[in-house]
Design a protein around this ligand. Structure first.
Ligand SMILES: [Zn+2]
Length: 421
């Protein structure tokens, strides 16, 4: 699936030009008949002057490489989401899947990386768990921010989780420009002791590492935090995970946001039930980003997500798929097509920004990727729109008939042959 498109100038791989009917840089206005000049994997210019040796994508539209800011690739071998009639029942199904699956985490993640690349995703914000291997990502063409999942409600398990966290950040010094960025993911308020959460936020601050945390995801979580009651407490008690007295009565997501704000970058995964005061807090802390997972949100039939309100208040909202345990596929492109269908009045430019630049900002890699501007890595996704309109770069772009035809990371095609079949 690797290799340049058939008409590429293969004689000088360090320099190349890519042309499309439109280039949508996300920072700056769309450029009709745009040409992107790339040298040694970085964008050096963006213009409209005809270039004879350009790789032309005809009527296709070139956008920044798509960024899936939240996924768990360990579930990528699932053919369909885990059926459940409540969040608690779904958690039970996830735990059962983890115990009984026959495929290793690494093998499942490999399937997920392949699917991501094939659907035009260039960067993933991955929550990695036991069995995670650096080789997996060394082997891939995707850009990655790898958050190590940390889970412990019992105070005795805190030191062990902290050493896992610390070790995970070790390779950061060696990974270099093209390797993954390493971060930490204390799982969720109901699965992480508050003391462990505080320590992890402190570690992230000390080591300049990004952090990702599932928060305000369900009403059941809010009930658990407020009063240690409800279906999640019942489930965890039955499974033997719950320990009374670990979470103080009256705890709110805001208490966690205040800790998270110490990290250089913090990703609030989901935030489906954020209160107004929490949204205000986020608006005052530009290092915090909410990652909305539209089709996963839909799968759980949650109350409407506050993403538009967050955006209006100036909070950065990025997009994620979450995993195949709650989503039929891992295509970030399908997330924005889904949103466009449900919110036809929202500017497509905003949806594209959420899928690119906002993801880069949230993951702390905005200097490297997220928009098509000189100086950044040449991370690009090429889309064939469903139909053409000479006046509008977005015409037919976010419709279900559009198609991802190619993607590039750092000047290297990560797929295209496969999609052109
Ligand atoms: Zn998740």
């Amino acid at each position: 699936m690797h290799g340049p498109p058939p008409n590429s100038a293969a004689h000088n791989p360090s320099r190349q030009s890519i042309a499309g009917r439109w280039v949508i840089p996300v920072e700056g206005s769309p450029i009709e008949h745009g040409i992107i000049e790339i040298e040694n994997g970085r964008i050096v210019a963006l213009h409209q002057n005809p270039a004879e040796d350009a790789v032309s994508f005809g009527d296709a539209v070139i956008v920044p490489g798509l960024i899936n800011a939240h996924t768990h690739l360990e579930f990528s071998s699932l053919e369909q989401p885990l059926a459940a009639d409540s969040f608690a029942a779904w958690i039970r199904a996830v735990v059962a899947h983890r115990r009984t699956r026959s495929i290793s985490n690494a093998a499942a993640a490999k399937i997920g990386l392949h699917e991501s690349a094939a659907s035009g995703t260039v960067t993933v914000g991955e929550i990695a768990t036991k069995g995670w291997s650096g080789e997996l990502f060394a082997d891939t063409d995707l850009r990655a921010v790898i958050f190590r999942e940390l889970l412990a409600l019992h105070p005795d398990r805190i030191p062990g989780q902290l050493s896992i966290a610390s070790e995970h950040l070790e390779p950061a010094q060696e990974s270099g420009e093209s390797g993954p960025v390493f971060g930490l993911s204390p799982h969720a308020p109901y699965s992480v002791h508050p003391e462990l959460f505080r320590e992890v936020c402190g570690l992230a601050a000390a080591r300049s590492a990004p952090i990702a945390f599932h928060l305000a995801e369900t009403r059941e979580e809010l009930q658990l935090l407020d009063s240690s009651t409800g279906p999640l407490v019942d489930l965890f008690r039955e499974m033997g995970f719950w320990i009374d007295g670990q979470i103080e009565a009256g705890t709110r997501p805001l208490d966690y946001l205040q800790e998270m704000a110490r990290a250089p970058q913090g990703i609030v995964i989901h935030g489906n039930y954020l209160s107004d005061s929490e949204i205000e807090f986020l608006a005052e802390h530009s290092n915090l980003t909410v990652v909305y997972c539209p089709r996963t949100h839909h799968f759980f039939r949650h109350a409407p997500h506050p993403w538009l309100k967050l955006h209006e208040r100036g909070v950065r909202v990025a997009l994620g798929t979450d995993s195949r345990a709650s989503n039929p596929d891992l295509s970030l492109w399908n997330e924005i097509v889904f949103l466009h269908e449900r919110f036809p009045d929202v500017a497509p430019a905003l949806l594209l920004q959420m899928a690119t630049r906002n993801g880069a900002g949230g993951l702390g890699i905005a200097e490297e990727t997220g928009s098509i501007v000189p100086g950044k890595a040449a991370d690009l996704t090429v889309i064939q729109p469903a139909h053409r309109d000479d006046r509008d770069a977005f015409a037919g772009l976010l419709s279900s008939g559009s198609r991802v035809v190619a993607a590039m990371r750092g000047g290297k095609w990560i797929q295209s042959a496969r999609l052109r079949r």
